[in-house]
Design a protein. Structure first.
Lengths: 310, 336, 336
């Protein structure tokens, strides 16, 4: 609270009448960081995300055991603080004696990978389609946007289930399905931004200066549509993790013995009333990850707000 | 016993970066049936003062006063509930933007009857008849049919008439009109003003007319208070203030009236803007824009003091906040 | 209003056709033809295979098959399940009340809690209440509901033993189900205790399914209320002397609900998606579980029909929401 940054505080916008002078020209990313840093919850989200990424990358060194190693003599061992628990298996073991903590750590690797791949796939494709729809208009626009409407008419998880049904169950197909499901959001967002930017003076100036369509799309207009896309991508990451886990839970995503959080829960379902730890910890991992991304997404949106509210 | 008596009223806003005082040192008295014009540029604290009077300021506002009474009841110590019985009933207010000041989701009938319902009671039918009567009173044609209309179906002028009907519904003794004509077409402005004055006379209401238009004040008010940057700079009878302005700001405002410069191309303006709540200057608040500024104006802030230099000897309201007030001269020309 | 309705309906037609194309393509994109799937691992001799293909019309050009499909669709024929050989439409219809009942209860849960909490958070902006409500809402929004369901089962069914683990009604009751809605059917059956038992079965699934809509509605209500509270007409309402509760419950809420209804409409899709997971956890015999079972049994006609029906329902609900939106927002009602 006390550390007001050097430039006029953008947050204290109560005195909005006062013309906000452009601050000492710092990079927009630095300004974004200053606004973001004010939001303590969002900062906490970012730290948790970084920790998860560290766990994901360093799983081989951090995890006490291999994710699929079965300790036949230690089946359904409770967490270490409970009676019968062992310090060897901090969060207990599952029904075939695998260490739950290790599986969760390796699961983080899988979830981060899922998030990255899904977001990249739908972001790149969605932005491309959105730019095309926004710039070419006419038939191209109608076809693309109608298609997106159709996809939005089918509830997200249901659409993912359909895609998996066609492609067959499995982690990769699940990722593809989720990427397809979230495509319309990016397309709509990009097209909306393009349409609002398209007729602005700087774009027309660039066009008059002889910029080609490609240059106009990617160099002139796209950077000015980034703010909402960044927020959507952050929130999309959490959606991807959540939906991949849901598909895994339904048996349509990652297949056993892959240490994926959702499929771990599917395995654990039958022990709901006997071994709470088998159920609790993988779900907690999903919740914390998704929550961290959502908090950060909210924080980013608030930090970028002046641009979004325009 | 004045109807409204305000001595040394201040309003401050508590924000994250500190406390900012919006208005300070306000003294106003108003008798029954009297019309007071409050004049000043935007940002001079007129509206904040009036909202304080209505108890409508946001929660982070702190209102203090030596005396703040309506009809001899202390408004500051009054419990919230008793105060709400006064607002909308004995003290009513109409606002600048009629179209946004009416709730878009309810019919105008509902909104007028609602005011009657909480303060007057009576049967459903009586209230309805009274609402029709009120609409008729404010000059809305076919009032019975209009009851079921939504605000967006009426013009701005009609909406302002509805606002007035709502305000006078419970026969208030004080009506505060916050720039009631600013947002309307020029042709409608005079009509609305005339309507307000007619109602005021007929009912013997006291009225505070807030405006930045000196012409409106000249037409309507008996007494005038001029505000600048959250302070009163001059008060007096309308005649005195218009013919013998004492504060340089009042002089400059009058000088900017088109009527005073017939046939001339450009009107004189006051350079600069009203200082914001956070960047008020040292000394007299008007000193950066004052054409007659002297050294002492930059040092300390002058107090609002009684002024007996002008003719009207009986005028106890004549006060000015200036070290070097203007000397009374011929109308339209001002010099130190 | 009628033209508005017709225009919206006209827009639905291409979307609906698109959905039929997608669902039609679904079956044809799947490796292996339906006859082979039906035959399963037993295999089938080529001659019989060709004959069956012909009988099912699968040897004709693909566009002809599509128009066939569309034609049958228009007559309410969605084909037969490969597993039960019942009409897909009838199966859907038999299971749908279970899903609908669950969805309605979930939505009621979400609305009854979400709107007041959102209003409270908005009115008490920045307070501990606000932070708590919004923190909880974000957690709910991030909740993997299949895990949430399991947790609730562990606690309420396992530890406390308050609620049953699965199904719609305990097996000790055997009642007629003329409507398919267990709450209504148990009441009709006059079987003592059956109604309470049905409610006990509904509680946990409703909470699980309602969690995400609850979070979304609370967040949306809060931001909508915040926006509305800054409007001029709220000031007018307060200037009438209305109690704070009435200002919020009548003047703010009605306007704040306009954007919230849109969000509520969008939650219907979320509910169907959530129903898949919720019904799987609680062995709830509805269309969600049926669809997942169809996937694992490779019962493609059921999957195809189910998705088509659900997509149509979602579109119709969104249309209804659009109309409702017009009803509560008078500005739209009159301008269309």
């Amino acid at each position: 609270m006390t550390q007001l940054s050097s430039q006029p505080p953008a947050a204290a916008s109560e005195t909005a009448e006062a013309t906000t002078l452009p601050a000492a020209t710092s990079h927009p990313l630095i300004e974004l960081w200053h606004a973001f840093r004010e939001n303590h919850a969002a900062l906490a989200g970012l730290i948790i995300i970084l920790l998860i990424f560290v766990a994901a990358i360093g799983a081989d060194f951090i995890a006490p055991h291999a994710p699929t190693e079965q300790f036949r003599d230690y089946v359904l061992v409770p967490p270490f603080w409970q009676e019968g628990g062992s310090i060897r298996f901090l969060l207990g073991t599952d029904d075939v004696g695998r260490d739950i903590l290790s599986r969760i750590i390796y699961g983080a690797r899988l979830s981060m990978l899922i998030g990255l791949i899904v977001v990249s796939l739908s972001l790149v494709t969605g932005v491309l389609l959105g730019l095309l729809a926004g710039f070419l208009r006419g038939v191209v626009e109608t076809v693309i946007m109608r298609l997106m409407d159709i996809m939005l008419a089918i509830p997200s998880l249901l659409l993912a289930v359909v895609v998996v049904a066609v492609l067959g169950p499995g982690l990769f197909n699940a990722m593809l399905a989720i990427a397809v499901v979230y495509l319309p959001h990016y397309v709509r967002l990009t097209r909306g931004s393009v349409i609002s930017e398209r007729d602005r003076d700087y774009v027309i100036a660039s066009r008059l200066a002889g910029a080609g369509l490609f240059r106009l799309m990617f160099i002139t207009v796209l950077p000015n549509c980034l703010a909402p896309l960044i927020v959507q991508a952050t929130l999309g990451f959490s959606n991807a993790v959540l939906d991949a886990a849901a598909l895994g839970f339904l048996g349509l995503g990652a297949q056993p013995p892959t240490p994926e959080w959702g499929s771990m829960l599917a395995d654990a379902r039958q022990y709901v009333l006997d071994a709470w730890w088998v159920v609790t910890f993988p779900g907690l991992a999903i919740l914390i990850t998704v929550l961290a991304f959502n908090i950060m997404g909210d924080g980013l949106r608030d930090a970028l707000d002046p641009k979004l509210k325009r | 016993m004045p109807l409204l008596d305000i001595q040394n009223l201040s309003v401050a806003f508590q924000t994250r970066s500190g406390v900012f005082s919006a208005v300070t040192d306000i003294h106003l008295t108003l008798d029954k049936g009297e019309v007071l014009g409050v004049v000043g540029e935007s940002g001079s604290g007129k509206s904040v003062t009036m909202l304080a009077m209505m108890g409508l300021l946001p929660w982070n506002a702190q209102v203090t006063a030596d005396r703040f009474s309506f009809d001899d009841q202390d408004m500051l110590s009054m419990p919230e509930k008793a105060r709400r019985r006064l607002t909308g009933n004995d003290i009513a207010m109409i606002f600048q933007e009629p179209t946004t000041s009416l709730n878009p989701s309810f019919t105008i009938g509902f909104q007028i009857i609602e005011a009657l319902k909480i303060h007057e009671g009576g049967s459903r039918r009586q209230r309805r008849e009274r609402a029709i009567e009120l609409l008729d009173k404010v000059g809305i044609p076919a009032p019975a049919k209009r009851l079921g209309d939504y605000p967006h179906q009426l013009s701005g002028g009609m909406n302002q008439r509805v606002m007035i009907a709502m305000a006078i519904a419970c026969n208030p003794r004080l009506l505060i009109a916050d720039e009631p004509t600013t947002a309307l077409d020029v042709t409608i402005q005079a009509q609305i003003l005339d309507l307000l004055l007619e109602l005021q006379q007929e009912r013997g209401m006291a009225m505070i007319l807030i405006t930045h238009d000196m012409g409106v004040v000249a037409e309507a008010a008996e007494r005038v208070a001029v505000m600048y940057a959250g302070q009163l700079v001059e008060t007096g009878t309308a005649g005195d203030v218009f013919h013998h302005p004492r504060h340089p700001y009042t002089g400059a405002l009058l000088n900017a009236l088109p009527e005073r410069h017939p046939g001339q191309g450009r009107l004189p303006t006051i350079p600069g803007v009203v200082p914001g709540i956070e960047d008020r200057p040292q000394g007299c608040l008007f000193n950066p824009r004052c054409p007659h500024v002297q050294e002492d104006c930059r040092q300390t802030r002058p107090a609002l003091e009684s002024d007996h230099s002008t003719g009207s000897s009986h005028d106890v309201f004549k006060k000015v906040r200036c070290y070097h007030p203007l000397v009374a001269q011929e109308q339209g020309e001002v010099a130190p | 209003m009628l033209t508005f309705l017709l225009r919206k309906l006209a827009l639905l037609v291409p979307t609906f056709l698109g959905v039929t194309i997608i669902t039609f393509a679904l079956v044809h994109l799947i490796p292996g033809d339906p006859v082979a799937i039906m035959a399963g691992e037993r295999g089938i001799d080529p001659e019989r295979h060709a004959q069956l293909l012909h009988e099912l019309g699968l040897d004709r050009p693909i566009w002809q098959q599509y128009f066939d499909f569309l034609w049958r669709l228009l007559h309410g024929d969605l084909g037969r399940s490969l597993v039960t050989h019942n009409s897909v439409f009838d199966e859907f219809l038999a299971l749908f009340p279970a899903t609908l009942e669950l969805s309605i209860c979930a939505m009621v849960f979400a609305l009854v809690l979400g709107i007041p909490l959102g209003v409270l958070a908005g009115v008490k902006r920045g307070s501990i209440i606000d932070h708590t409500v919004m923190g909880t809402a974000l957690t709910g929004y991030s909740m993997p509901i299949f895990w949430w369901g399991l947790l609730l089962i562990i606690f309420f069914s396992g530890v406390l033993g308050w609620t049953p683990v699965s199904g719609r009604l305990s097996s000790m009751f055997w009642i007629e189900t003329p409507t398919g809605f267990m709450l209504i059917d148990t009441l009709l059956s006059k079987e003592p205790g059956a109604f309470v038992d049905a409610i006990r079965h509904l509680i946990l699934p409703s909470i699980v399914l309602g969690t995400i809509p609850l979070a979304v509605i609370a967040r949306m209500t809060r931001s909508s209320i915040l926006e509305v509270l800054g409007e001029d007409y709220i000031r007018t309402a307060r200037a009438k002397g209305l109690a704070p509760f009435r200002v919020i419950a009548v003047h703010a809420l009605r306007n704040a609900m306009i954007p919230v209804t849109t969000v509520i409409g969008l939650q219907v899709g979320v509910l169907f998606a959530g129903a898949i997971l919720t019904e799987t956890i609680f062995s709830w015999p509805g269309v969600g579980k049926w669809l997942i079972d169809s996937v694992s049994r490779r019962d493609y006609p059921s999957l195809q029909g189910g998705i088509l029906l659900i997509a149509t329902l979602v579109m119709l609900v969104n249309l209804t929401v659009d109309l409702l939106y017009g009803l509560i927002n008078p500005r739209i009602r009159h301008n269309r």
